[in-house]
Design a protein. Structure first.
Lengths: 114, 111
């Protein structure tokens, strides 16, 4: 099993460009998440999908959109990239939604917006 | 005040030392707790859950102090391979499930 996979691993964008980060999991998990990680700050939740067909905003959703394409795939879209979105983005999944479920993370996407 | 706070370190310890990290949380309704480990430029991975009665996994011991609202991680007989950033995670449900990650504590174990 590959676990959680993310593409691309690295990306450089110019301000105003758009892109989609892809995430897939092969663990048959119901819940999926997108986080960003910045130096000196904890992982911050951007959006999550508690189950297939649902998505909800997390702590820092502005400037992002998501799509839960099917049970396996959860994509994150930046419509008009800004330098403040330079960060490392992690996708994660868990067996289900609620307290006490371990989250499994993908390897991350390092995004730089110039 | 941040909802979850950790001493960023770094903690520099020699091999074989015992080291402990604390993580304080502000929401008294917090219900579940974890420690994750993150190696440099890698993704976080679950190290261990933290149970009310405390729990141990080999050289690692996790404890919860609800009265003072903190969790701790003790590492005994440190190995070079323990060098990493340790993230605490606090979950609570106040009208909606919420997970908060601490910013992490960096540990360097030296030969």
């Amino acid at each position: 099993n590959a676990g959680v996979t993310q593409t691309p691993k690295f990306q450089v964008l110019k301000t105003g460009q758009s892109m989609t980060l892809q995430c897939a999991q092969d663990m048959n998990h119901n819940s999926m998440y997108w986080y960003r990680q910045d130096p000196g700050m904890g992982l911050r939740l951007i959006y999550y999908s508690a189950s297939e067909g649902t998505t909800d905003k997390g702590e820092v959703p502005n400037g992002y959109n998501v799509s839960r394409l099917n049970k396996r795939e959860f994509s994150l879209r930046l419509e008009s990239a800004a330098p403040s979105q330079t960060s490392v983005y992690f996708c994660a999944s868990s067996e289900d939604w609620g307290l006490g479920y371990e989250q499994y993370f993908g390897p991350g996407t390092r995004l730089t917006v110039t | 005040r941040k909802e979850v706070e950790q001493d960023p370190g770094p903690f520099n310890v020699p091999e074989g030392a015992t080291v402990a990290f604390n993580c304080t949380y502000s929401n008294s309704a917090s219900q579940s707790f974890f420690w994750y480990r993150q190696d440099c430029r890698k993704e976080p991975k679950l190290l261990m859950s933290v149970y009310s009665s405390g729990n141990e996994d080999g050289r690692f011991t996790a404890q919860l102090n609800r009265a003072s609202q903190y969790i701790s991680l003790l590492i005994r007989d440190s190995k070079l391979s323990d060098s990493a950033t340790y993230l605490c995670v606090v979950n609570f449900n106040t009208g909606g499930f919420k997970t908060i990650f601490g910013a992490g504590t960096r540990l360097f174990v030296k030969a």
